[in-house]
Design a protein around this ligand. Structure first.
Ligand code: F6P
Length: 322
């Protein structure tokens, strides 16, 4: 193997640049050339492929976002799009790929490699932490710290005005961000897609149990909750509780940016470097991850399809502490 390509795909995540840096520096260390593919799969299709060297990744470890940009490519879902991508890969003499992204990225990589015969190793880069085969995905730690900092600020005004706030966090169909942020942020209730949200129970908390309910409350809502996002849930409660006037804050894309935490920089450096080593050892169609501080390889199929269970202990802790 002489030349590999690296790209970032799907929602960006803090730490992706640290992962890119580790891929490039490790590849160069082992005598490989590295091509950077801009804009994820779109760049593969449109031949937006550049040379990367050690200087290309200087002074980026502390930067959020991704210097290679990213995209969600509809065209790559088509055989024609993937054929164009395969043609460009061959044209540049790329023999293997490092794909940094989430489940959508790995789904595309698996199909692409089956069709093109390329080898690929995935690096879990998504704030959602919804991939099986790693304790944490790159970006999750930074995202929950960003969200908790925001909730601490909301807590000040909620306390001053004796208000109830519904704070919506990202996570797509998963509640990992909401659960950790809810516990770390001291929320009175945490609503996640993995647990059915009982509107009647919430009505009770804010009415019959009013004497127990604190003068103010923070409810953390995962955007994928079964009862809808924070605005929907707050409105359902306003319809049921006369005079109830909760405020809603949707944290949104602030959770995707910012300088990566120390943990994410270390995780990204370990996984980006390991991806290159695994390619050199002939591995393919697998994701690198860290489980109980050990490097592990998981097939794309398992990483995508096996459901990451919600930590029941954490759920119990959330109920006890609320
Ligand atoms: O997958 C990461 C993520 O931030 C999800 O938590 C969120 O639902 C989604 O991306 C938002 O996607 P976009 O940035 O394309 O709106």
């Amino acid at each position: 193997m002489k030349r590999i390509g690296v790209f970032t795909s799907g929602g960006d995540a803090p730490g992706m640049n640290a992962a890119i840096r580790a891929v490039v520096r490790t590849a160069l260390y082992y005598g490989l050339e590295v091509k950077g593919i801009m804009n994820g799969y779109e760049g593969l299709i449109n031949d937006e492929i550049i040379d990367l060297n050690s200087r290309s990744v200087a002074n980026i470890i502390q930067r959020g976002g991704t210097i290679l940009k990213t995209s969600r490519s509809e065209e790559f879902r088509t055989k024609e799009g993937r054929a164009k991508a395969a043609e460009n890969v061959r044209k540049h003499g790329i023999e293997a790929l490092v794909a940094i992204g989430g489940d959508g990225t790995f789904t595309g990589a698996e199909i692409f490699c089956a069709e093109s015969g390329l080898t690929v190793i995935g690096v879990p880069g998504t704030i959602d932490n919804d991939l099986f085969g790693t304790d944490y995905t790159i970006g999750f730690d930074t995202a929950i710290n960003t969200a908790i900092e925001a909730i601490d600020k909301i807590r000040d005004t909620a306390d001053s005005h004796n208000r109830v706030f519904f704070v919506e966090v990202m996570g797509r169909h998963a509640g990992f961000i909401a659960l950790d942020v809810g516990i770390g942020g001291g929320a009175e209730a945490i609503l996640i897609p993995e647990e059915v949200t009982d509107i009647d129970q919430l009505v009770g908390f804010f009415t019959v149990d009013k004497r127990k309910a604190k003068s103010f409350s923070i409810v953390v809502v995962a955007e994928g909750d079964d009862q809808g996002g924070a605005f929907e849930i707050a409105n359902k409660l306003k319809e049921r509780i006369p005079g109830f006037d909760p405020k809603v804050t949707v944290l949104g894309h602030i959770q995707r940016g910012g300088t990566p935490s120390a943990y994410d920089r270390l995780l990204a450096s370990r996984l980006g470097s390991a991806a290159v080593v695994e390619l050199l050892e002939g591995e393919t169609n697998k994701m690198v991850g860290i489980v109980s501080n050990e490097l592990v390889l998981t097939t794309f199929e398992d990483a995508i399809d096996k459901c990451r269970p919600v930590d029941r202990e954490l759920l119990k802790l959330a109920q006890i502490l609320a």
